[in-house]
Ligand binder design. Sequence first.
Ligand SMILES: [Mn+2]
Length: 328
Amino acid sequence: MPELNAGQPAYDLIGDIHGCAQTLEILLHQMGYRKRQGIWQHPSRQVVFLGDIIDRGPRIRQSLHLVRDMVEHGSALIVMGNHEYNALAYCTRSRPGSTQSHVRAHTERNQRQIRETLAEFEHHDLEWQDFLQWFYTLPLFLEMDGFRVVHACWNHKLIRQFRDKFPDGCMNEDFLHASMADESFAGKVTDHLLRGTDMKLPDGLAITSKDGFTRRFFRTKFWASNPETYGDIVFQPDPLPKDIATRPLPEAARGELLSYGRGEPPVFVGHYWMTGKPEPITPNVACLDYSAVKYGKLVAYRWSGEQQLRQENFVWVNVDRTDVSPRA
Ligand SMILES: [Mn+2]
């Protein structure tokens, strides 16, 4: 596809906010957006938010208002992140017959993930209920003219099947309930699109990460092309030990993997807590989550029609310590 003609929309894609509203305003300002009649806007460009507006950071409520105002004004688009999905499930009562009170169990770990969000809305319950209803209007993916957007992983097959049932790309409450069964269609869609893909380590092996967490799974690339070893498909969060990384991939493991062809439109994801200097992962895959809420960077990609992503189109703001929760 050629570069855009005059008058065609151009987009600024922005990674996970996690309540860093102050940094978001700096980034928007840096890209030429101005607040007019209370809404951030640009004369010729639109934002696309990659999801995960809530949780962890110090200005979650403000972030939600800012983003929703932009979306409702036509100044931005957005896809759902796993944190908005988790919030819906956490705050929705189970149906009769379930063994737990809410769709997402109120375990200590789940409670910890959402506590900053609920604390900010403690005296604004109706407003929170209204935001929860709004979360249902966030599509799980966007297929635009010239690029694609999803929070964590573009799975062609699941997206095609989901779109057949939900042409607007949005889930509903039945789907939310159904998604709690991991092996159900709804469970696979939410897991892949919002959390990414992983694979079991061979021979029942486990690895212990820097933070002392033991894993039997590792995160896989959804864009691997002709991989030969485990090392060719590992994405994050920790590198594989060398003896595993160099092992050849068995046929069955290869069959589980997704791919994303080099000739396909660029796809933008968030979700992955990247570090270092923002740059494309491949010529048509970019992650824009650079751990803003962990004193990283809030990152945007300024897209104007190019099909090969360019390093110079990444822009970012280093997160100020005042815009990060001490609890993050
Ligand atoms: Mn995420």
